[in-house]
Ligand binder design. Structure first.
Ligand SMILES: [Zn+2]
Length: 90
């Protein structure tokens, strides 16, 4: 890993430091943080995050009744089409 990458990451973590307890920014922490940021906008059911040697996949229960693609597990568009793979609801 290059020094520049380390500095950038350290600075970013410092700026995002949570109040209260100190939390090391692991891949697990990243998935949870991203989920918290996006859960109100997207119907996230699975998140995978990799960072160097760290990798984490977390699955979340769907919190809406939006229909999801059976292949990708992501929410279908208003027209019933998967925005990722193009699967269409019959
Ligand atoms: Zn799909």
């Amino acid at each position: 890993m290059r020094d520049g990458d380390m500095d950038e990451q350290r600075e970013w973590v410092t700026h995002r430091r949570p109040r209260g307890r100190q939390e090391t920014m692991t891949a697990e922490g990243m998935t949870k943080m991203v989920y918290d940021l996006l859960k109100d906008k997207l119907n996230i059911v699975k998140l995978t995050f990799t960072s160097g040697v760290n990798a984490a996949t977390q699955e979340f229960p769907s919190h809406t009744s939006i229909e999801r693609c059976p292949l990708c597990g992501i929410a279908l568009s208003e027209k019933g089409v998967c925005p990722k793979c193009g699967w269409k609801k019959a």
